[in-house]
Design a binder for this molecule. Sequence first.
Ligand SMILES: Cc1cc2nc3c(=O)[nH]c(=O)nc-3n(C[C@H](O)[C@H](O)[C@H](O)COP(=O)(O)OP(=O)(O)OC[C@H]3O[C@@H](n4cnc5c(N)ncnc54)[C@H](O)[C@@H]3O)c2cc1C
Length: 377
Amino acid sequence: MPTRVVVLGAGFGGMELSTMLSEEAGDLVEVTLVDSGDSFVFGFSKLDVLFGRTAVDSVRLPYSSFRHPSVRLLRETITAIDPAAKVVATDAGTHEADILVVALGADYDLTATPGLAEAGNEFYSVPGAARLAEILAAAEPGNYVIGVCDAPYKCPPAPSECALLLHNHLVARGIREESTITFTIPLPSPVPPAPEASRALLAEFAERDIRFVPGVRIASLDGARGIVLLDDGRELPYDVFLGVPKHHAPQVVLDSGMAEDGYIPVDPSTLASRFPDVYAVGDVATAGVPKAGVFSEGAAKVVARSIIARLHGGEAPAPYDGVGICYVEFGDDRVGRVRVDFLSGPKPTGSLDGPNAGYAAEKGEWAASRRARWFGV
Ligand SMILES: Cc1cc2nc3c(=O)[nH]c(=O)nc-3n(C[C@H](O)[C@H](O)[C@H](O)COP(=O)(O)OP(=O)(O)OC[C@H]3O[C@@H](n4cnc5c(N)ncnc54)[C@H](O)[C@@H]3O)c2cc1C
């Protein structure tokens, strides 16, 4: 009888894991991949939507195109996870697993920052980016604040990209000189493990008169006064707030008893949770790496190799190294390639190549290769 692998969440992690198992374990596995959505959207596409470079419908990759022989993709909402019994309840029934992989990503909590839902906007979800796109399409001179409410957050360079692209947008509308851009993050620098990338971004901010405020969280927004309150007591005037909300694992994960401090702790070398035959990969886990698709995919590969080795009676794979490449938009069609290594040495390291147009093309190829591998397009 094939081994029943149930994969929760069809994002970067869940799709790569399921694809590898289908390709390399064939008849030995029966993979059930569960997601509540009808389509996948790359994280960086939200910036394209935000700045009106594309429409929402053209960045959706429908799950109906995700077809792999040993994988059953079900559109169901997961309502309960019992990690000890490896049984999952959904709005359509239950799924029993021999091996369970949780790849449910991270959700946003707008209520954690008072005033954000009523008096601000966020660009980290597709609907949020689409809403802000309408505001930016009619942007007027004013004070623009890009604020990361709390850490950890997905794709640490993305808010820096937003600041640079916002500058270009306001220039194109002819209102940059009458406007201010302020960018706040809880981290000490834009990309802490890659000082070279941080220095390059800081230089770009200075050149464009973007005020950078590191090491602060957003305490609240006061829409009536047009004030962003920082957690160190400082106040920033704003007309348009482009926020990154506080993140946490989806509620169903928090309710399962698997999470600690908002996420599922795992052994970083194997991604195993403390429950036998239950793994967690990607943004939902605490594995000592940032929350980004490239790391979800890398972690998923290690779990897939370990399941495949077990089924074929082979040796356990090399431990997860936490190495990833992020493509960072610097504006004006220039992209930097940041290579970071979180787990293979005593401390995280990172380097920057570019930015230039060549890496913009490489980023396009990176996305195209995933579209082809997972969706056959
Ligand atoms: C603006 C922005 C730019 C980004 N740029 C990049 C980038 O350039 N490079 C990069 O590597 N990363 C980037 N990211 C980050 C990247 O999008 C995420 O880190 C990545 O998607 C995480 O992958 P994952 O598999 O862990 O989870 P996800 O891709 O989030 O997938 C989780 C899945 O679980 C499903 N799910 C959740 N709860 C339930 C439930 N109860 N029932 C059923 N299904 C459920 C969701 O529908 C979702 O499909 C960016 C993110 C943003 C917001």
